[in-house]
Design a protein around this ligand. Structure first.
Ligand SMILES: [Zn+2]
Length: 321
């Protein structure tokens, strides 16, 4: 479908459908965010409630916009696997009511504009290439280090989705085959169990008996942010955990570099706040394990779009179509 030409500016309504929050924004063709909207994701086991929430968010953005511009497409960031051509969710672990649901068709029926779906990490990669750290690049890998570890791969300007739309599961690359920790995916020793926020909390708990003097002792509700802060104050336990995290991440990145020869690797997600503590160890592994030519070529950088990467990427994908 093509965008309508009515003389008004076309805006894309982009929404990030998280397990807890529905964040949305209207984005213009230059990638500028016009209006924002945020509400709790409906916690009822019913896809219709999710459709209604998105329709309400679109109406709210239209109201703020006062009819000056027109929403010409809706583009959704989904935390799970999607069939892009069919506009259907395959699986979304945090929103199981959407499994198998043709979300794009349901939205088009109510809003009378084209609707698109994209996986969250894929959308983030597109957003970073359009408006963030990877502007001007053509071949990049984006790794999102959050509660889990997500990935997006863009080859020669094209998002690589794989034959089933499930490619770039970088978090589930095995980096420790022997005695590796069990992962939610059913495998063991995945990158996610060493480099996610969840992993940092777990590794800290496991290692804490060996560090009786750590300032993290006695804290039952540790978060990755608290562990990072302890590391900034020189806490040995926290430093060891971020060292381990950096080593495993570096091994994973070296594998990716050798296979794909990217220009840039963009690291996003909350765990990247620990950059000062893990980057040295990550770079060291890349240097030791990746081919020298490829390792010298690739820039490994922090993401720039923050929480907006997915929204911007979704908008970009809708504009392209
Ligand atoms: Zn896994």
């Amino acid at each position: 479908m093509t965008l309508k030409d009515t003389g008004k500016r076309n805006l894309i309504f982009a929404a990030d459908l998280g397990g807890t929050h529905l964040r949305a924004a209207t984005v213009d063709q230059q990638g500028r965010i016009q209006f924002r909207f945020k509400q709790n994701t409906p916690q009822v086991p019913d896809a219709t409630a999710i459709v209604d929430a998105i329709v309400t968010a679109v109406r709210e953005c239209e109201k703020q916009n006062d009819g000056r511009d027109e929403i010409s497409a809706v583009s959704l960031v989904v935390p799970g696997t999607v069939k892009v051509e069919e506009g259907a969710v395959v699986t979304a672990p945090n929103l199981p009511c959407l499994d198998g649901f043709r979300l794009a068709a349901a939205l088009t029926e109510q809003l009378h504009v084209p609707a698109f779906l994209e996986n969250d990490a894929n959308a983030a990669a597109v957003g970073e290439m359009w408006q963030g750290a990877a502007v001007g690049c053509k071949t990049i890998i984006c790794v999102t280090l959050g509660t889990g570890v997500g990935g997006g791969i863009i080859l020669d300007g094209k998002l690589w989705r794989g034959v089933d739309g499930a490619a770039a599961e970088i978090g589930h690359m095995c980096v420790d085959p022997f005695g590796g920790v069990a992962c939610t995916c059913g495998s063991r020793g995945c990158l996610e169990v060493f480099a996610s926020a969840t992993a940092i909390v777990r590794m800290t708990r496991e290692a804490s008996p060996r560090y009786p003097d750590s300032i993290l002792q006695g804290q039952d509700d540790r978060t990755a942010a608290m562990i990072f802060e302890a590391g900034q104050h020189g806490d040995e336990l926290a430093l060891e955990i971020f060292r381990r995290m950096g080593v495993y991440l570096g091994i994973g990145l070296a594998n990716l570099i050798n296979i794909l020869n990217p220009e840039m690797i963009v690291l996003g997600g909350g765990v990247v706040n620990g950059w000062d503590l893990f980057a040295k160890h990550m770079h060291q592994q890349v240097e030791e394990r990746a081919f020298p030519l490829l390792a010298a070529r690739v820039k490994i950088v922090r993401a720039k779009c923050g929480d907006d990467a997915g929204l911007l990427g979704a908008a970009r994908l809708a504009l392209k179509d």
